[in-house]
Design a protein around this ligand. Structure first.
Ligand SMILES: [Zn+2]
Length: 109
């Protein structure tokens, strides 16, 4: 059964996944972008942890190998930066997907 665009109420073709071909309304956020947002939230949590002091996290309390815990504390800023960049990259991939389909929709209209 065909669904309708919530914006212009036109029936959506089967292949319209992200964007309405008639009005270019974003029908849903790609999962990769949602994952990216989750990763960025994790990154922000890590920023908070970093501000608290990574050595306060209890990494060295024995549940992970001592060397790994020391490395994690030592490279914590890089870890935080990496997680944030990964999140941003995933969000960007999602945004590009929507944009590509939107421009395809415009070209077809
Ligand atoms: Zn529409």
């Amino acid at each position: 059964m065909a669904s309708r665009c919530p914006e212009c109420l036109r029936e959506l073709p089967e292949d319209a996944v992200w964007v309405c071909p008639a009005c270019a309304y974003t029908l849903r956020t790609p999962a990769v972008a949602k994952l990216g947002i989750a990763v960025m939230v994790l990154g922000l949590a890590l920023v908070g942890a970093y501000l608290m002091g990574p050595d306060q996290l209890g990494l060295e309390s024995g549940w992970m190998p001592t060397q790994l815990a020391e490395l994690t504390v030592e490279y914590f800023p890089l870890l935080v930066l990496g997680v944030l960049l990964l999140g941003m990259a995933l969000v960007a991939i999602g945004a590009i997907r929507v944009r590509v389909e939107r421009s395809r929709a415009r070209a077809a209209a």
